[in-house]
Ligand binder design. Structure first.
Ligand code: IMP
Ligand code: MG
Length: 178
């Protein structure tokens, strides 16, 4: 693998496709076990998680459903502050075993604000599965139930994750060059 230049930045190879897919297979075996007979609903958060969700979902052998949502954040009124809304959540999650699929948890802000909205709809269980977690970047508390890779607090690119819109198509993960 070679370095990749996007806009003004250079990225170096970090995780190979084989390493990523290997971990995703392990995660799928774990989810197969934990959700056997439960028909879980996976909620994948776009855009970043599209490759991760697709590869993970293909590996599952249990009965499972998936839906894709986008989180839009906008400035609310003074009393509501910053508001996050889910676009495309058209499935009733009441009483369901829900698993959120995210590409990366960085500060935890997005998930931390979004989870209460899902909990308000009273799912039977609500868990979070992520491809990447940057523990050192954590600002908001998030309980991560399944994680493929804990990584240092450095910007990463590829496998669905972008830098200013580009790089999502890369099959491997790259890390910002020092
Ligand atoms: P958080 O709300 O700070 O946890 O940020 C979550 C979102 O920021 C992710 O879903 C990504 O879209 C984006 N993000 C955070 N870190 C990175 C990175 O290293 N590369 C690409 N996107 C990132
Ligand atoms: Mg994301």
């Amino acid at each position: 693998m070679q370095t990749v230049s996007i806009h003004d930045k250079t990225f170096v190879p970090y995780l190979t496709e084989a390493e990523i897919l290997g971990k995703i297979k392990e995660l799928a075996r774990q989810l197969d076990k934990d959700y056997k007979g439960k028909r879980p609903l996976f909620i994948a958060i776009l855009n970043g998680s599209f490759m991760f969700s697709s590869d993970l979902f293909k590996e599952l052998t249990i009965e499972a459903e998936i839906c894709f949502i986008k989180l839009a954040s906008y400035k609310g009124t003074k009393s509501t502050g910053h508001v996050i809304t889910a676009i495309g959540l058209d499935t009733d999650i009441t009483g369901r075993d829900v698993v959120i699929l995210e590409d990366i948890i960085d500060t935890g802000k997005t998930i931390n604000e979004f989870l209460p909205q899902l909990n308000n709809q009273h799912p039977a269980t609500l868990k979070i599965a992520v491809l990447l977690h940057k523990p050192d970047a954590s600002v908001f508390p998030v309980k991560i139930d399944y994680c493929c890779f804990s990584i240092p607090n450095k910007f990463v690119l590829g496998y669905g994750l972008d830098y200013d819109g580009l790089g999502r198509n890369l099959r491997e993960l790259y890390q910002l060059k020092d």
